[in-house]
Design a protein around this ligand. Structure first.
Ligand SMILES: [Zn+2]
Length: 411
C-alpha cells in the first residue's frame, strides 16, 4: 500500500522563480504538500539523483483536432490565415487526416504534448468539438474557457460573439481566447480596435499570434493587461514573420508560447522554445534569456489561462505535476530550453508517475501503476495506461500505409 505522503529528492528544483539545490518535494494525493531544504539525516522515499525537476509545461495554443503531418502551405508566404485555411481544407493531407476518427487526432495531439513534457494544453476550438474527449485524454486539456475564432469580418464565427463570450469569461473567471491579427491585410490590423470597441480587452483576454500589432495596439494591450500567446514557428512558416516579441515584452505584456497545430507549427514545445530563442536573436541581435523562455511555458500561461492557483510553478498546495531532465552541467533554465524529446526522463501528473525512462519503473511499481513500453528515438520509455503504439497502428490502418508521424517518433 502507498503511504499517505511520498517524498522525492531531485538534484535541483526549478520553481521557475528560483533554483533550489538540496531540497526535497513531498506529494500528498494529487498535490504538492511541501518543498523543504535538506537537513542532516533527512531521508526521502525516492532519490532522483541526477534529475533537475521543473513544473510540467503548459502549451498555450494548439488545435488537437489538427494533430497531423506534414505541414500544409503551397502558397506561402500568406497575407492572412484565411488563405492558408482554404489551402488546408482543399489539400490531400486534410482528406488523409479525415480517414481517422476525431478522437484519435485528440489522442495523437495529447501524446505529442505529453512526450515533450506538456501536461496542460489549451485546445482552441468550440466546446462542442472537444467536450466529449477531454476527460479521456492522458493529459489535461483546458476545459474552462470562452472564445472567438478571430476578430475580423471574415473569421469563422466560433462561439456566441465576442461580447457574450467575454461576459462569460468575466462571470466564470475563465480566459477569453481568440486569434488576433494573424495576417497583414487592413481588416486583420483592426483586431485590437474591434476588441476595444466591444469592451473585450482585459486580464481575461488571451490573444493568439498578434503578428500585425502596431505600437499603439501593444500599448493598449499592456494598459488593459491582456495576454499574448506567441507561436513563432507557425507564424514564420506561414508568413515569414512573427509578433514583435521584444516590443511586446518591454511593454509589460504577459507572453506565453504555443506550438499551434503541427500542420503549420513546430513538432513540439521543445522545438518551439528553441525556435523562439533563434528568431528573437535573428530579429533583434539580442538573446532572449532562457529563464524568461521557461516562464513562457510555465507560470505565464498558467496566469493567462487562469490556472495559476493550481499550476505553473512548484509550490506547496499546487497540483503535483512536474517533469525531470537529467543534469548535463548546464544552467538549469538552459537545460530545459535545449532539451530534446529523449531528455524528458520523468513525468509526474496529478501526484503520480505518468511517463519516463525505463530506469524509473520502480517508482511506477511503488505507486502500483501499470505501464507499457516503447522506444523513442534511442531511449526506452515507459508510460502509464494505454500504449501510444496501438494508436499509431490504428491510424496507419485507417490511411492504409505506414504513415510516419515525426512528432510521435516511437516504435
Ligand atoms: Zn491557432
Amino acid at each position: 500500500m502507498m503511504k499517505n505522503e511520498f517524498s522525492l529528492g531531485p538534484k535541483v528544483i526549478v520553481t521557475p522563480f528560483d533554483i533550489l539545490e538540496n531540497y526535497s518535494i513531498t506529494l500528498k494525493k494529487d498535490r504538492i504538500s511541501s518543498i523543504k531544504k535538506f537537513e542532516t539525516g533527512h531521508k526521502v522515499d525516492y532519490q532522483l539523483d541526477n534529475l533537475i525537476i521543473y513544473p510540467s509545461l503548459i502549451n498555450a495554443h494548439d488545435h488537437l483536432l489538427g494533430s497531423y503531418f506534414p505541414r500544409v502551405g503551397d502558397r506561402r508566404p500568406y497575407l492572412n490565415w484565411k488563405d492558408w485555411d482554404d489551402d488546408l481544407k482543399s489539400s490531400p493531407i486534410y482528406a488523409e487526416r479525415g480517414k481517422s476518427e476525431n478522437i484519435d487526432m485528440y489522442y495523437l495531439g495529447s501524446y505529442r504534448n505529453l512526450i515533450s513534457g506538456v501536461l496542460t494544453v489549451s485546445d482552441h476550438i468550440p466546446h462542442i468539438v472537444n467536450d466529449p474527449f477531454i476527460s479521456l485524454m492522458p493529459i489535461r486539456v483546458l476545459k474552462n474557457y470562452s472564445l472567438a475564432h478571430e476578430v475580423s469580418d471574415y473569421d469563422l464565427k466560433w462561439g456566441d460573439g465576442v461580447e457574450v463570450e467575454y461576459e462569460k469569461a468575466l462571470k466564470n473567471d475563465e480566459p477569453f481566447i481568440t486569434h488576433i491579427e494573424e495576417g497583414f491585410d487592413e481588416e486583420a490590423g483592426r483586431g485590437i480596435e474591434y476588441l476595444l470597441e466591444m469592451n473585450a480587452l482585459g486580464e481575461h483576454t488571451v490573444l493568439i499570434h498578434g503578428i500585425a500589432l502596431s505600437d499603439e495596439d501593444i500599448n493598449v494591450m499592456a494598459q488593459n493587461k491582456a495576454n499574448l500567446v506567441w507561436c513563432p514557428f507557425s507564424n514564420h512558416y506561414m508568413f515569414e514573420r512573427t509578433a514583435r516579441a521584444k516590443e511586446i515584452l518591454e511593454a509589460g505584456v504577459n507572453v506565453s508560447i504555443g506550438t499551434d497545430s503541427p500542420m503549420s507549427g513546430s513538432l513540439n514545445i521543445l522545438e518551439e522554445m528553441q525556435f523562439a530563442k533563434k528568431i528573437y536573436y535573428d530579429m533583434y541581435r539580442e538573446t532572449l534569456p532562457d529563464s524568461q523562455i521557461v516562464r513562457m511555458v510555465t507560470i505565464n500561461p498558467a496566469i493567462a489561462l487562469r490556472l495559476s492557483q493550481d499550476l505553473g510553478s512548484l509550490e506547496a498546495g499546487k497540483i503535483g505535476d512536474f517533469i525531470g531532465i537529467r543534469d548535463k552541467d548546464k544552467n538549469p533554465y538552459t537545460l530545459l530550453v535545449e532539451a530534446e524529446l529523449e531528455d524528458i526522463a520523468l513525468v509526474f501528473y496529478d501526484g503520480k508517475p505518468l511517463y519516463g525512462d525505463q530506469e524509473y519503473s520502480g517508482l511506477f511499481d511503488t505507486f502500483q501503476i501499470d505501464y507499457s513500453k516503447f522506444r523513442l528515438n534511442n531511449t526506452e520509455k515507459i508510460i502509464a495506461g494505454d500504449n501510444p503504439l496501438n494508436l499509431l497502428k490504428k491510424i496507419r490502418k485507417a490511411v492504409g500505409f505506414e504513415k510516419d508521424i515525426p512528432f510521435l517518433p516511437i516504435g
